[in-house]
Design a protein around this ligand. Structure first.
Ligand SMILES: [Zn+2]
Length: 310
């Protein structure tokens, strides 16, 4: 599909994209939350792609729409930062793929929420039968050249990423140090606590684990890695090359999406084309349990930036 505008909003945006999206186009619905889904998550992650899949189907009975979800397994919420400085990360703790599952039944927290998301994917397939759901683990994209170009940027040039943060959000507080947007994770204990030396000539990472003292060196495709979440989003978009990205609503995410686009440009070069984005309305998430069919109807009808459940 080709579009001239890059951001489409609410029901009108859904209708416009529904007109131009092609069967077999990929919709990047988003990252699977490492927590229970709110109604706002369900509107964004399930109802919006569901509505697009129905629209494609209306134009052709045999058409399918690829809906892609990413398990952000190599991101983390355990890295440390000073209050108000979320981009000045110090590697601490583990990535989601090495954090313990809250019920100790799956190998990790990432596996746990991925498994629970299957029920939501089934709900989507029931409500929009032309949706083909793909769930991709970010860590499994590490052999993709687009993914690697963003990872290398983060390892090689954290200062360029800090500049991109300042450009995308002049109000953002970001200090000169620490500037770490990606690094190795210990292959023994999973800890990211330690400094990563990246050698761009050999594309290898050296890591000394401060938790278990294990030292290791490997090609970056072989070493387990963690990535800051915007870097990871840029890397997965570069790898999956979706026709449409569904983004988080509300102005506070504008700068973060601009940052993702800047990272794509920096990593892939001037030829990179930022993906078309579709933004659902903000939704008060306190109520729950709305059937997905009703959420799809809300998505189809609601053309303002703030929605309420009926
Ligand atoms: Zn270790």
């Amino acid at each position: 599909m080709t579009t001239t505008e890059q951001l489409y909003r609410n029901a009108a945006g859904l209708a416009e994209i529904g007109e131009v999206i092609q069967p077999d186009d990929a919709v990047y619905a988003g990252e699977i939350p490492m927590a229970a889904l709110t109604e706002a998550d369900r509107l964004r992650l399930l109802a919006y792609p569901g509505s697009l899949a129905r629209r494609v189907r209306r134009r052709s009975q045999t058409a399918r729409l690829r809906v892609i979800y990413v398990v952000p397994d190599c991101a983390t919420d355990e890295a440390a930062f000073e209050p108000g400085r979320p981009f000045n990360l110090t590697p601490r703790g583990r990535a989601y793929n090495r954090q313990p599952d809250p019920e100790a039944a799956d190998p990790s927290r990432a596996h746990y929420w991925e498994a629970l998301f299957d029920a939501h994917a089934e709900e989507l397939k029931d409500s929009a039968r032309s949706a083909d759901v793909e769930i991709v683990r970010a860590s499994e994209l590490v052999n993709n050249s687009g993914f690697l170009s963003v990872l290398r940027l983060a390892l090689r040039s954290p200062g360029q990423i800090a500049d991109a943060v300042r450009e995308s959000n002049p109000a953002a507080e970001i200090d000169e140090k620490p500037l770490v947007f990606a690094g190795a994770a210990c292959r023994e204990c999973g800890s990211i606590n330690g400094s990563t030396d990246y050698d761009p000539d050999w594309d290898r990472a050296q890591f000394e684990c401060e938790d278990c003292d294990h030292s290791q060196e490997a090609d970056i495709q072989e070493q387990p890695m963690w990535m800051q979440e915007d870097v990871l989003r840029a890397a997965t978009i570069a790898a999956l090359n979706p026709a449409v990205v569904i983004r988080r609503p509300a102005a506070k995410w504008d700068a973060r999406e601009d940052l993702v686009d800047s990272l794509l440009m920096l990593a892939v070069g001037d030829g990179a084309q930022p993906p078309t984005r579709l933004m659902p309305p903000s939704l008060d998430s306190e109520q729950g349990g709305t059937p997905l069919k009703d959420l799809i109807r809300l998505a189809d009808d609601w053309d303002e930036d703030y929605a309420e459940l009926p």
